[in-house]
Design a binder for this molecule. Structure first.
Ligand SMILES: [Zn+2]
Length: 184
């Protein structure tokens, strides 16, 4: 059975527009808390009452797996705690044998979904066309470091003190079949 995991943007944009009864939607408690608007809150509560939107939190192991991979792609500093939990929930459901698709308009979540091999579908935006891994490089002495929670701006080279620059270490065009699989 197809399971849709909704992030904070999708819970408003996707569920309100494309909601179809009988489908299986999941999200986390943290996403629910972020949705402050009363209108979407009312709709969400209706979906929950009908049993179509289920709330489940990820395991610490799945969160750890997402964080590890987010540091590899360089997306870690762009992701909120909620974003990480959404990705981790998708991993948890996938591990349980679910045919999981993440619904998101966040480019960092899309990028990391590719690395985690979870199909994704945007709610309103176009899907990203390229997978990227970025690192920080010193333009002067070429010192390289993976991006950690400090992020991509204002980090200085520990060797010479120059501000490090974001550099794409690896890029890969995304095959259309990946999107097709998520769209069906
Ligand atoms: Zn340097």
């Amino acid at each position: 059975m197809r399971i849709y995991v909704l992030d904070s943007s999708a819970i408003i944009n996707y569920l309100n527009r494309y909601y179809a009864p009988g489908l299986c939607y999941y999200t986390t408690n943290s996403v629910l808390e972020e949705v402050k608007s009363s209108l979407s809150r009312i709709r969400l509560e209706c979906s929950m009452l009908r049993g179509e939107l289920r709330i489940l939190d990820p395991t610490p192991e799945d969160i750890e797996e997402v964080v590890k991979n987010a540091k590899r792609t360089g997306d870690f500093f762009k992701l909120s705690k909620t974003d990480i939990e959404v990705l981790a929930l998708a991993l948890r459901l996938k591990r349980g044998g679910g045919d999981v698709v993440i619904i998101t308009d966040d480019y960092a979540i899309m990028n990391l979904s590719i690395r985690l091999r979870v199909p994704f579908k945007p709610a309103l935006m176009s899907p990203i066309s390229e997978y990227r891994e970025v690192i920080l490089v010193c333009p002067v002495c070429h010192y390289k470091v993976r991006i950690d929670e400090e992020g991509g701006q204002g980090v200085v080279c520990p060797l010479c003190g120059t501000e490090l620059k974001l550099v794409i270490r690896r890029r890969k065009r995304i095959h259309r079949s990946l999107h097709k699989r998520a769209m069906k």
